[in-house]
Design a binder for this molecule. Structure first.
Ligand code: GTP
Ligand code: MN
Ligand code: MN
Ligand code: MN
Ligand code: MN
Ligand code: MN
Length: 224
């Protein structure tokens, strides 16, 4: 049971930690610490691929942004919701407001923008093990292709020293069945970021369930 905790950086989305809805206010009140992260994504009108078409089954049309964190692991922008630190919110709307405020503040701190955005809530999760007291909330926010293009290295190094890089997620598998998403999934991820990524890919239908499952299996094999 403890094995489902965040110590394993490579978890399969079909072996999830306990996902909950943030409307479970009683549960939210019990969590000592809240953290919230955002998946920023955009969708090109046409599949625009700088890669080698003939080596990829399907070129990439969706861009998903991840950051390389100070410790070398991949994660999403976001962080601890200081606004909820050692405070029990008086009502559910107040709780939601502080959550949104926190995630937008972190987005601004780490990416240099996001103050006026209102990311949409996806789900929360209450991991077992090491991060037991932390409630991890997850949001998504769609950018226009030009907003995605405008995200620059400058915007992150001027605001935050928690981020050492930005990356798009390779949302394809190359013909050898290994390069592309499977190889990307062999990286280390913070918290349950890899589950958040895969669940979001499935929820939005960015890739088929079969492709995600295959990629995960190949990643597991490489890691073994
Ligand atoms: P500081 O300002 O330096 O305290 O960091 P922060 O507020 O930006 O917090 P950070 O994003 O580093 O992490 C908050 C918690 O969430 C930690 O327990 C991390 O392990 C975890 N975490 C970090 N990134 C992600 C992510 O992308 N997804 C998930 N689920 N958890 C993450
Ligand atoms: Mn080249
Ligand atoms: Mn931060
Ligand atoms: Mn952070
Ligand atoms: Mn912080
Ligand atoms: Mn900080």
């Amino acid at each position: 049971e403890e094995e489902t905790s965040s110590t394993s950086a490579h978890k399969c989305p079909w072996m999830p930690t306990s996902y909950v809805d943030c409307t479970d206010f009683e549960l939210m009140k019990k969590a000592k610490i809240h953290a919230a992260h955002v998946l920023l994504w955009s969708r090109d009108e046409k599949p625009v691929s700088p890669y080698h078409y003939d080596d990829i089954e399907l070129p990439m049309q969706t861009k998903i942004l991840m950051q390389v964190r100070f410790d070398g692991s991949f994660g999403f922008p976001g962080g601890f919701v200081d606004e909820l630190e050692s405070k029990v919110p008086s009502s559910f709307p107040k709780f939601l407001e502080l959550l949104q405020q926190g995630v937008c503040r972190e987005l601004f701190e780490e990416m240099g923008f996001g103050r006026d955005t209102s990311p949409s809530y996806v789900y929360s999760c209450h991991p077992a093990g090491r991060e037991k007291d932390v409630m991890l909330h997850f949001f998504m926010f769609q950018l226009t292709p030009s907003q995605m293009k405008a995200i620059s290295w400058g915007s992150i190094i001027s605001t935050s020293d928690e981020v050492v890089g930005l990356s798009l997620v390779p949302l394809y598998t190359m013909k050898d069945g290994i390069r592309g998403l499977p190889t990307f999934l062999t990286n280390s991820f913070a918290g349950n970021a890899v589950e958040q990524l895969l669940r979001c890919i499935l929820k939005q239908g960015f890739l088929s369930e079969v492709e995600v499952r295959k990629a995960t299996e190949v990643a597991f094999k490489i890691l073994k």
